[in-house]
Write a protein that binds this ligand. Structure first.
Ligand code: TEU
Length: 571
């Protein structure tokens, strides 16, 4: 929690580690089966023990919960499921007391259809708020264009009462706001200021690269066999998105003292665009969440079509971003979140023999890179995917809609079920596993989503004190980031770039050089790392009995062996 010495206040987030809480699944204090703010307050010691700097809360605003809170009906209140504004103030004060910061999730590409703005907007074509959303006439008796919703079907919903369609890139209960209307932008700035006045330290902005739609809302190229297609060319990085973000910075942050963090979630963002978004001179956001490395194992047009993992593609996706933002901009580093399957099951090896080592190895290669690392709740324990048996085990609307769609089309149910089990967002949303007691210590009631049955041995209580646990390894990685400026500022240089199994790279400043190396596979490997590392110190290893210095230019790496070596750069 001590920012790296000498760092300017304004970019404190470069040496920070962020922990994401999905409140619904973190800890339940009142026994209703849903996590809540009281539960988070009771578990802050866990975050303190881990040593993270920032807590990011997935949405806790008042919401009908069609998309678990990513459908907001009141931006200035807490959903009763999570508690009250008073609970929020208590939580914020405690987070600050412990020396951490708190980042809110800002969901403003769309609102809930139950938000008063939309209720007014849909009430008549003449209402002043009509233009706050995106309404269009039918085109030849059908949808205005061929844009598909991320959650299946058309992105347009017909409103018989006023005879027009409205746009929703996500669920029909999540209508898109019209950012071209300056009143909409001002309303968003007001919300942000309201939360900053309350004391929050920043915002993670949901799909913020979707807020500016292409002029005229043109059709997107058709995908064979599909009536509707995801129209990235029509809504991602639209004409005025950079203006809107720069305006937001000016309006919300410019005249405010303090150190804030802004992160833009940006599906489909390219490195070149990310350089623009995160160039400090442009004043847009501090960093973005890119999606390249979490898209490598499924079809680009159907995320439930699992294609298998090519480790070289995965590695090079992340390396490419390291190199692209080396001079300008800043990376966020993440393996998982509430939308992605569990990383140890997805990119690691959740067989009991390799589960811990692979989770630690993945943590090592991610936390060794240049950027701000994010830890998604339970990742520090190496929580795994859920053993789904039947399609009805999934609650997420994305999964439910998808299976329904496959049934309607008479598609391959078995393949759909297998894809859901691997990729469904519910994998990451099962309750946090605190201990081996009933419901893993998550709730005294009935959990809203079943606890993963492996909680009997995979839980926080079993790991916090154990010196060789995954938790202990993550704690060590976080401590290193705080202690070593080279992890924050050092240049990144890949080694063995064409080797799919070995992840190796150096980080260098004029004073120090680090070697991060991991064998991401079960087979042992011997790797030549060059004579300059023979006298290096071993800083961190994930397997017992790793030699304290490398000693030889050839490293013998066991399956999922991961190490960080350090050397004086002047020697
Ligand atoms: O996600 C945006 C997004 O594009 C995907 O990651 C999404 O989760 C979906 O899987 C696409 O197939 C953000 C939120 O993180 C997500 O939870 C919300 O459902 C979504 O926006 C809408 O607010």
């Amino acid at each position: 929690m001590t920012p790296t010495a000498g760092r300017r206040d304004t970019d404190w987030w470069k040496s920070a580690v962020v922990y994401q809480i999905y409140p619904r699944s973190f800890a339940d204090s009142d026994g209703d089966g849903f996590g809540d703010l009281g539960g988070i307050i009771e578990r802050l010691d866990h975050l303190q023990a881990l040593g993270v700097d920032v807590v990011w809360l997935s949405p806790i605003y008042r919401s009908p919960q069609a998309d678990n809170g990513y459908d907001v009906s009141d931006y200035r209140d807490i959903d009763p499921m999570f508690g009250t504004l008073t609970d929020f103030d208590t939580l914020l004060a405690k987070v600050h007391e412990l020396g951490m910061k708190l980042m809110m999730d800002l969901v403003v590409n769309h609102t809930s259809d139950e938000h008063p703005w939309f209720v007014e907007s849909r009430s008549s074509r003449e209402h002043p708020k009509r233009d706050w959303y995106i309404w269009r006439d039918a085109a030849g008796g059908a949808e205005p264009n061929n844009w598909g919703s991320f959650f299946g079907g058309s992105a347009w919903e017909w409103e018989p009462a006023t005879g027009q369609y409205y746009l929703h890139l996500f669920d029909r209960k999540q209508p898109d706001l019209n950012w071209e209307n300056p009143q909409v932008r001002k309303a968003v700035h007001d919300i942000m200021r309201w939360w900053l006045d309350r004391g929050v330290d920043g915002f993670r902005m949901d799909v913020i690269n979707f807020i500016a739609k292409a002029d005229g809302l043109p059709d997107t190229p058709a995908v064979p066999g599909q009536r509707f297609a995801i129209a990235f060319d029509g809504f991602a990085h639209g004409p005025r998105v950079h203006d809107y973000l720069a305006e937001m910075t000016r309006e919300v942050f410019a005249d405010r003292d303090g150190a804030f963090l802004t992160v833009g979630e940006m599906p489909g963002v390219t490195p070149a665009e990310a350089r623009h978004y995160t160039d400090p001179a442009r004043g847009e956001v501090n960093m973005v969440f890119q999606f390249e490395h979490v898209s490598v194992d499924h079809s680009p047009t159907n995320k439930f079509d699992y294609l298998g993992l090519d480790r070289l593609v995965l590695k090079n996706a992340l390396y490419r971003w390291q190199e692209a933002l080396a001079e300008t901009g800043w990376n966020s580093l993440y393996w998982g979140n509430h939308d992605q399957p569990r990383v140890v099951s997805r990119f690691g090896d959740d067989d009991p023999d390799y589960w811990a080592a692979s989770a630690k190895a993945l943590g090592t290669v991610l936390h060794g890179m240049r950027g701000t690392p994010y830890v998604y709740q339970g990742e520090e324990l190496a929580m795994t995917n859920y053993p789904f048996r039947i399609p009805q085990d999934h609650q997420d609307l994305e999964a439910v809609n998808y299976f329904q769609h496959v049934l309607e089309l008479g598609g391959d149910e078995g393949a759909a079920q297998a894809g859901l089990a691997k990729i469904s967002r519910d994998n990451a949303r099962t309750p946090m596993q605190w201990d081996a007691g009933p419901n893993a210590g998550f709730t005294a009631g009935v959990p809203w989503l079943p606890v993963n049955p492996n909680y009997t041995w995979l839980n926080a209580a079993a790991q916090i004190e154990a010196p060789d646990s995954v938790f202990a390894h993550y704690r060590a990685l976080i401590r290193l980031r705080h202690e070593l400026p080279v992890l924050v500022d050092g240049d990144f240089t890949p080694l063995l770039a064409q080797d799919p199994q070995i992840w190796a790279y150096t980080r260098t400043t004029p004073h120090r050089r680090l070697l991060v190396i991991a064998n991401c596979g079960r087979d042992p490997r011997v790797v030549d790392i060059g004579p300059e590392w023979t006298t290096a110190d071993l800083l961190l290893a994930n397997l017992p009995d790793t030699p304290t210095t490398s000693g030889s230019p050839r490293l013998q790496l066991a399956g999922w062996d991961a190490r960080i070596y350090s050397a004086d750069a002047r020697k």
